[in-house]
Design a protein around this ligand. Structure first.
Ligand code: 6A9
Length: 775
């Protein structure tokens, strides 16, 4: 039906930007429009790094190395480094941060402070203090390595004094002229040190994603540390003559200049970045001046934290408050600024295409494992951050909505640059334009609408957002429509059903949570339907505030929260729960494939038999028996009327230890459910089939709080459960943090222990809102 040109145009739609003016016009993150946010710790994937919010700017970073028989260089956050703990203890998301990093044998405290001034985002200072793990250790040598690197734009110039790299001057489009100084090391209290060794590296790299390799390849232990009167010791250091630039065929994108200082513990090193346009600088921000500045920021943070969350007033101990501050600070310190493009594919494009290039300012779920943007995770992150700094949240939301294409689609996982791509296996990089993800940004909008003091600025922000919100909503409403009015279905479920116990639904965010065993267009997904009820309500409210047509959104909201219709589509009377509906068989299992052995063929030559799915009873259209988070959705998103008897059933299932209740929070899938803790394939362990996830638990606590405030037959029950569930979650997250040094992706339903990747501040940081009782 389409000509060649028509087909080409259809294929290009996936990479055609939404036509509405960007919510954030070009330059709005730059040094003129937003100088106070220009520089930041926006490289969450390294232990310490800063960059400005500009496309390919020079960046700053830090590495360290304990001098031992082997050189183990630390740079990007890696779980395989096995650090006993690291993360921001304090971070205001704007002006300062203080992080603690525990490595074997030493502890590092990394602090930064920004100072506004000039035309290019001002100055900043770093202070790194290294202390031995055991106070008596005076023999360990440590190397602290500070670098600056370009990323395709700007120039750098090293300045040496007797082979010590003392400073770097440079220029870039948005930074103008600048000067970075590596100050002489001191004791941890700031007194001069008599001796340290210095090395430096001046090298090229294919890009920022190869910096670690370039530095590693240059390390040599031919250097000798010889403090006067002390023993001579060989140590590892960067060596310009050895540095290999990586792929030689690629034009080097990065110029790297690195300063290494090697010295005994304890010690301290400071680095200053000074902007050339800063006219009347009162003096460099180092030493006592830096200490004073830091102390001021710490005090302001403490005050603001208590004003915002009232944890002292609520009786939390100082140690519990420190935990909550660290959770919030890690969320803020995990903010990243990424610039680049996704690689996408539509049903109409034969080949993967480059999505339009653009910026994304976002929090990330995990600095080590998932240091990039995830659409539905971000809604949960911003529920916390909106309480701390609503302006920040507004900006993040705008960045996400500006990623929308003409269809109304936003790619779910944002893998935008080489550094991000280097961390993701190729098969996960491609984003498909039929793939949704829960529209949790509507939860954030709902929260922003409730903020007191909505004035003209907030209204005009909403007005700029509105055309995109409208298309986004429409995209879900049409592309994820279900088999009957008011029903919805996640697209993009796994199709290769023979290999999975239950084909996954990655788009729902709940990955392997059991759904209909045989994906089909007849499916009705309960969670998506509830998300759409929420989205409709928020759209109606936004439209009403703006004087835009709201009636259709209201009508949808009312239809989707009509409890009778909800029950008709999703109440499974026989199962006694809300459920998905689809082509389903309960009688499935994984079995070893039988491999025919030919006569005389020795067994050991055969490939290992695979696990394949067997369906012992044919599927039929029915409700899907899988009690867990999905079944709770009408409650989680507060669609149930307070007098609904279904509310009683849900509270019962939640409190039953056979089903969802544990001393650590609600498990994702009932213990009595057929796929509870079942592997999906030989190599795919259970994920959303039992473990405790904090985002859903936060929604549960929030919903209990809601129903506890409404008169009805279940009010008392909800109030009691609220107290209990909240206390369990807070106690376990706090305990896990103390015991393991981290917040985690999920938690074991049998021991409460952290599971999956770490640190995963992501939605685990919602514990702060539970402590503060902010819902
Ligand atoms: C795999 C492997 C270095 C899975 O937190 C992000 C998402 C959630 O949105 C989702 O609900 N996580 C949850 O079920 C992590 C997903 C990671 C997928 C990419 C690539 C990289 O290995």
């Amino acid at each position: 039906a389409y000509g060649l040109y028509g087909r080409w145009r259809l294929g290009r739609r996936v990479v055609t930007p939404h036509p509405a003016p960007r919510v954030l016009p070009a330059g709005s993150s730059g040094p003129r429009a937003a100088p106070e946010r220009f520089w930041g710790s926006y490289r969450p994937h390294v232990y310490l790094g800063m960059r400005p919010r500009s496309p390919r700017p020079p960046v700053a970073g830090f590495m360290w190395l304990r001098q031992a028989a082997e050189a183990r260089l630390r740079h990007t956050c890696e779980q395989s480094d096995g650090l006993p703990g690291y993360g921001w203890l304090l971070h205001d998301g704007l002006r300062f941060g203080a992080q603690e990093i525990r490595d074997r044998g030493l502890t590092l405290r990394t602090e930064f402070v920004k100072r506004p001034g000039g035309e290019h985002g001002g100055d900043w200072s770093w202070r790194v203090t290294a202390r031995p793990e055991s106070p008596g250790d005076q023999t360990s040598l440590v190397s602290l390595l500070f670098y600056v690197a370009t990323d395709g734009q700007g120039t750098l110039q090293p300045h040496l004094e007797n082979s010590r790299l003392v400073s770097v001057t440079g220029t870039s489009e948005e930074l103008g002229h600048f000067n970075i100084t590596f100050h002489r090391p001191t004791t941890e209290t700031g007194e001069a040190l008599s001796y340290a060794s210095y090395n430096h590296l001046d090298a090229r790299s294919p890009g920022l994603h190869r910096l670690t390799d370039v530095v590693k390849s240059s390390l040599s232990n031919r250097f000798v540390y010889a403090a006067p009167g002390g023993p001579k010791r060989r140590y590892f250091a960067v060596d310009t003559s050895r540095a290999r630039p990586g792929e030689p065929d690629q034009a080097p994108q990065s110029h790297l200049l690195l300063h290494q200082v090697t010295l005994p513990l304890p010690c301290r090193v400071e680095v200053t970045f000074e902007s050339g346009s800063f006219a009347e600088r009162p003096g460099s921000l180092v030493g006592a001046a830096l200490s004073e500045e830091l102390a001021g920021h710490v005090a302001a943070f403490e005050r603001r934290f208590e004003e915002t969350f009232s944890l002292a007033r609520k009786g939390f101990t100082p140690q519990q408050q420190r935990f909550a501050k660290a959770a919030l600070s890690n969320m803020l310190g995990g903010m990243g600024y990424f610039h680049g493009h996704s690689i996408v594919q539509s049903a109409h494009s034969q080949h993967p295409l480059a999505y339009p290039e653009g910026p994304l300012f976002t929090a990330v779920p995990s600095r080590s494992f998932f240091p990039r943007g995830f659409l539905w995770d971000e809604g949960f992150h911003q529920l916390l951050l909106a309480r701390w700094d609503p302006a920040l949240t507004r900006e993040v939301l705008a960045h996400w909505l500006d990623l929308m294409n003409v269809e109304g689609w936003i790619p779910r996982e944002q893998i935008l640059d080489d550094e991000a791509r280097a961390k993701v296996p190729p098969e996960f990089i491609l984003q498909h334009n039929e793939a949704a993800n829960p529209p949790t940004l509507f939860l954030v909008l709902q929260q922003l609408l409730r903020e007191p003091g909505q004035g003209p600025a907030e209204l005009s922000y909403l007005r700029r957002l509105f055309p995109r919100l409208r298309t986004w909503y429409e995209w879900y409403n049409t592309t994820q429509a279900g088999p009957q009015p008011y029903a919805f279905r996640w697209r993009g479920r796994d199709q290769d059903t023979d290999l999975f116990l239950n084909p996954k639904t990655l788009t729902s965010g709940l990955d392997d949570y059991p759904r209909a065993s045989h994906p089909s267009p007849a499916e009705r997904h309960l969670d998506l339907r509830c998300w759409m009820a929420l989205a409709s309500g928020v759209m109606a409210e936004v439209a009403e505030r703006l004087g835009e047509p709201a009636a259709e959104y209201r009508r949808m909201q009312q239809a989707l929260s009509d409890n009778a219709l909800l029950e008709q589509q999703h109440w499974a009377e026989q199962l006694g729960m809300f459920a998905d509906y689809g082509n389903h068989s309960q009688a499935v299992g994984l079995e070893r494939e039988k491999v025919a052995v030919g006569p005389g063929q020795p067994h050991h030559q055969l490939p290992a038999p695979r696990l394949v799915r067997v369906v012992r009873k044919p599927p039929k259209l029915q409700f899907v028996g899988a009690l867990g988070y999905v079944s709770l959705f009408p409650f989680l998103l507060q669609l149930l009327r307070p007098d609904s008897p279904r509310l009683g059933s849900i509270l019962g299932a939640m409190r039953s230890e056979q089903q969802l209740w544990t001393p650590y929070g609600l498990r994702s899938l009932a213990r009595t459910s057929p796929l509870y803790m079942k592997h999906n394939t030989e190599h795919d362990p259970p994920y959303w089939r039992g473990p405790i996830w904090i985002n859903m638990n936060y929604l549960a606590v929030r919903a209990l709080h809601h129903y506890a405030s409404l008169e009805g037959p279940y009010q008392q029950r909800a109030a009691a459960l609220y107290q209990e569930l909240r206390a369990n979650l807070i106690a376990n997250l706090y305990r896990q943090y103390l015991e393991s040094g981290y917040l985690w992706e999920q938690y074991s339903d049998s021991t409460g222990q952290g599971r999956g990747c770490y640190p995963f501040t992501g939605w685990s940081a919602l514990v702060v809102l539970m402590m503060a009782e902010e819902y």
